[in-house]
Ligand binder design. Structure first.
Ligand code: ADP
Ligand code: MG
Length: 712
């Protein structure tokens, strides 16, 4: 029922009459035209005025209207980066931070990492000249540990706030505090009696003053008022406005063409199959235009990608013109920009995406959307203390956002792979993540920021008392907190500094005492990525045989270490050849061994990053060599909260939660008869599974975690 409003002066790619000019010029001009045609371009001046007038501003605008890419540039041009200050833009997703930064650097005609850069966990592409910095919301929280008043920023833009990730929620609370402290400090110090240095920095007063410590923590940077901008795609700005005391909200009119929504007539049992069928149906029956398919994760995307390639082989030559691209969070950053490239002439592009493409990243050219109606989400049981990733139905708001992606450049179609009656049953909107996740990570960080009263923290929406309590208990058990709820020294402080889940940080700290930090670094890196082993349905036997070469009878952790070390050997053997060639060799080796090369490379990156972190912290990095017993004892000491005992009927009982679980078929211990194991992942599908498992000795638990097991 929506009508396009405004003219579409878009994509005049062939209208360029500067054919004799160098390519560079025409490309810049094309970008300029695109920028000018964005709905946001016409309101630049008004937006800047609003920012000048209001310290907190909420900007709501249709996805694709240009908020993320344009507003930081407007602010830069309006002088918000004077005195070397930066504009920080947070994103819930790493991929969005990276792709948007690349786009904006391109639009500004600068090299990425100079004026425009990005910073995400394990990857920092910024320099001292960076003024517009895209980053994940989690990363800005980490930065606050070193720069508690965020003194390098004049403006912080919290983008995609409607996503309500746990980090966004905590960040909003933090920004509220920081903004208050900064305004108060400035008010107190612009009165007479304070000297200013020539660079404008306020000089410290001689006598003790609490604000002096503030200044010290800003590393001498001049404190200016902080502007906070909250940007969101959904129409409901009220929660944010109320939270910030009735803050001003502005709406940016977008463009949206009508999208026809189709539902399936029958219920679908396998949405992956249905998605593949629908792709080919569109390809043979519908007009040209690209297809966007929403899937839940890397594994699904890669399996659909393979299936499409298989199906294409069955088609006659002239109908094979489909090119697939994918986008998901752990895709190596050099591959992420591929989704934006147009398909070869005459080809239809099929984009396989996680819900990254729902609002964070706008890909041009989409005319068809396939929405299976599911999403991977975190879920937490505070009574049992078990967190898991589960596949759940989307909300109505998400379904509507997804279908909207088909109507950006012209009328489109959306195929929902469920029945219309199912749509009516969906929740209106998604529950904020803070209500459904383990909070120990966030609580540890708040404590490290000096926020002592977690229950009293001004959350936009309070997590349940039970969830806070459970997470605090967990942090005490891990030794991060003392019994008086203080950050312990040095363990708690070390844990807060590592960019990992507290339980993994603890494992690394312990491993330096158990002389197996080399092994633990590999294990933690490998556990940080999705699915190292690749098991295609049609080659299951071959894949399992390949896996046997790496399998350790003691469990998955040592198996993963074997894979990592084998890849090390391979690369060392080829140390003479160039980087490109080495990557090729690694990819080939991965293929032969049914290992996911993207995941392995990602793990190798993470490994070198956390290695640097623990080295800086002064932990002792050594290897236990063949003494795997030592490593397994360390696993028991670190993951004692995830221990499970064999039940008479062959299942396992997780000791901390009492949950009865089964070993996941992908574990090398699938058929084990071991009495006691530890696990790292709890997966809930129709069954309750545990994954990443190692055999331990039950007695170790009372020996190594007496504070937990001796009491029981
Ligand atoms: P919003 O934040 O309002 O959703 P964006 O600023 O992300 O909008 O996007 C504005 C426009 O820029 C969109 O039309 C999008 O297609 C385009 N765009 C963003 N990134 C790229 C890219 N890497 N390549 C091509 N176009 C892009
Ligand atoms: Mg955006």
């Amino acid at each position: 029922t929506q009508k396009p409003n405004g003219n579409l002066s878009f994509n005049h790619t062939n209208n360029n009459n500067n054919n004799n000019k160098p390519n560079f010029f025409s490309r810049r001009q094309k970008i300029l035209e695109q920028r000018k045609s964005l709905p946001i371009a016409s309101v630049e001046r008004r937006l800047i005025e609003e920012v000048r007038k209001h310290d907190i501003l909420i900007i709501v605008g249709e996805t694709g209207s240009g908020k993320t890419t344009q507003i930081p540039q407007f602010l830069f041009n309006a002088g918000f980066c004077r005195d070397g200050k930066c504009i920080g833009v947070t994103q819930p997703r790493r991929v969005a931070a990276v792709t948007v930064a690349k786009r904006v650097a391109d639009e500004c005609g600068v090299e990425l990492g100079q004026k425009v850069g990005y910073s995400i966990r394990f990857e920092d592409v910024t320099s001292s000249s960076t003024r517009i910095k895209y980053m994940t919301d989690g990363l800005l929280l980490r930065e606050a540990l070193l720069d508690p008043y965020l003194s390098r920023y004049s403006v912080i833009i919290v983008d995609e706030a409607h996503e309500r990730t746990v980090h966004t929620d905590v960040l909003l609370g933090l920004l509220k505090r920081v903004q208050n402290v900064r305004s108060k400090y400035i008010k107190d110090h612009t009165s007479v009696g304070h000297k200013r240095a020539s660079n404008g920095a306020i000089l410290e007063k001689e006598n003790a003053d609490p604000s002096i410590s503030i200044l010290k923590q800003c590393q001498g940077r001049k404190l200016t008022p902080l502007k906070v901008i909250i940007m969101s795609a959904s129409l409901d700005a009220r929660v944010f406005s109320e939270y910030f005391g009735g803050a001003r909200a502005v709406h940016i009119q977008g463009r949206q063409f009508p999208v026809d929504v189709f539902y399936t007539v029958d219920p679908q049992t396998d949405y992956l199959d249905s998605a593949i069928v629908t792709i080919f149906q569109i390809h043979s029956e519908e007009a040209p235009g690209d297809i966007l398919v929403f899937l839940t994760g890397q594994e699904e995307i890669e399996s659909v990608e393979k299936q499409i390639q298989e199906n294409l082989k069955q088609l006659p030559e002239d109908r094979r013109k489909i090119s697939t691209v994918s986008i998901f969070s752990s895709l190596p950053s050099e591959q992420q920009m591929r989704v934006f490239a147009p398909a070869p002439a005459g080809f239809r592009k099929v984009i396989l995406a996680t819900n990254i493409a729902e609002t964070s990243v706008t890909i041009p050219g989409i005319k068809y959307v396939i929405d299976p109606g599911v999403v991977k989400a975190r879920s937490y049981d505070p009574v049992k203390g078990m967190e898991s990733l589960i596949i759940v139905p989307t909300s109505k708001a998400q379904a509507i956002q997804r279908s909207g992606r088909a109507g950006r450049e012209g009328p489109g179609k959306c195929f929902r792979l469920y029945r219309e009656s199912e749509f009516e049953k969906l929740e209106d909107s998604t529950k904020p993540e803070i209500k459904r996740c383990n909070l120990s990570n966030v609580i540890l960080q708040l404590k490290a920021l000096g926020i002592d009263d977690i229950f009293g923290f001004d959350f936009i929406e309070k997590p349940s008392r039970a969830a806070i309590k459970k997470s605090v208990e967990e942090l005490i058990l891990l030794g991060a907190f003392t019994d008086e709820y203080k950050l312990s020294d040095p363990v708690g402080h070390q844990m807060a500094r590592l960019p990992l889940d507290p339980i993994y940080s603890k494992a690394l700290i312990l491993a330096s005492q158990f002389n197996c930090l080399e092994e633990m670094l590999i294990a933690v890196a490998m556990l940080s990525v999705e699915s190292i082993f690749y098991e295609p349905r049609e080659k299951l036997d071959e894949a399992r045989t390949a896996k046997k070469c790496f399998a350790s009878p003691e469990g998955d952790h040592l198996t993963l270490i074997n894979v990592y070390r084998a890849s090390n050997e391979l690369l060392e053997k080829n140390s003479e050849v160039g980087k490109e060639k080495r990557i090729k060799i690694l990819r080939k080796w991965c293929k032969e061994n049914f290992i996911n090369s993207r995941s392995l490379r990602h793990a190798r990156d993470i490994h070198s990053q956390i290695w640097r972190h623990v080295e800086q912290m002064g932990l002792c990095i050594s290897s236990c060599g063949d003494d795997t017993l030592q490593f397994r004892r360390c696993l028991a000491a670190a993951f004692f909260l995830n221990a499970a005992l064999k039940q008479p009927e062959g299942t396992y009982r997780a000791l901390a939660s009492g949950e009865v679980v089964q070993i996941h078929p992908t574990s090398v211990l699938f058929r084990t008869k071991a009495d006691c194991i530890i696990f790292n992942e709890f997966v809930k599908t129709t069954n309750k599974y545990i994954r990443n498992i190692t055999i331990i000795d039950g007695f170790w638990l009372t020996e190594l975690a007496p504070h937990y097991y001796a009491k029981q």
